[in-house]
Design a protein around this ligand. Structure first.
Ligand code: SAM
Length: 213
């Protein structure tokens, strides 16, 4: 009950108080129990306006960043979504609340297993997990209507563009490890349209089409 109150306040102040307006995204952020996705010792900080450590040198993104990137995907409920960088599983849970099904890839097995447990204990369905290098996408399950990369990438991995449906949207933080900019790519009949969003700082996407280890 206490967590719910703080969560509603988080949506009001950090999301609506900035520029998040999609009512479906706001509703998902009101409903998904973020405190179940952070380390138990730090649950009291789960709704603070910041990213947090989740172990293995990785992070759960700031609530605003999760909402911002999710809004850019323009989900309507019918999409098959690919997420690269499962991390805590929180973003996967938000996507699952807004799309038909979610496929999420994480390179660190321990994080993927923890995320699976958190998703299960939240009663969220339709999330499929894979451990491996997500810079190659998930070819066996392609194509995807929406793709979200939740780690910094020097450029958008070509396999992800190939696995996007026509009319589909991909969102990724693109740039050097010091700072990135959110990029939204829409697949058109004859190519790709790129639009640029806010600047941000993410942990690196490490893999064949990302940064070196
Ligand atoms: N979406 C996550 C959440 O809601 O907690 C936050 C993800 S965290 C900012 C980025 C994640 O990407 C880390 O867990 C990291 O291990 C993972 N990652 C980095 N390179 C990857 C790769 N090539 N394939 C899959 N996951 C990768």
């Amino acid at each position: 009950m206490e967590f719910e109150k703080v969560r509603l306040l988080m949506v009001e102040k950090q999301l609506m108080g900035r520029d998040i307006t999609d009512p479906r995204v706001l509703e998902a952020m009101r409903n998904v129990p973020r405190h179940l996705f952070v380390p138990p010792a730090h649950r009291d900080m789960a709704y603070d306006d910041m990213a947090m450590g989740i172990g293995e040198g990785q992070t759960i993104s700031q609530p605003y960043m999760v909402a911002r990137m999710t809004e850019m995907l323009e989900l309507t409920g019918s999409e098959k979504v690919l997420e690269i960088g499962t991390g805590s599983g929180y973003q996967s849970a938000v996507l699952a609340a807004l799309a038909r099904e979610v496929y999420t890839v994480e390179r660190i097995e321990e994080l993927s297993l923890r995320a699976q447990r958190a998703i299960e204990s939240s009663g969220i369905k339709d999330v499929n997990f894979l451990v491996g290098d997500g810079t190659g996408g998930w070819p066996e399950e392609a194509p995807f209507d929406s793709i979200l990369v939740t780690a910094a990438t020097p450029e958008i991995p070509p396999p992800l563009l190939e696995q996007l449906t026509e009319g589909g949207i991909l969102v990724a933080p693109v740039g050097p490890q010091s700072t990135q900019q959110l990029v939204k790519v829409t697949r058109l009949e004859d190519g790709f349209r790129r639009e640029f969003g806010i600047f941000c700082v993410f942990v690196p996407l490490i893999g064949a089409h990302g940064f070196d280890e």
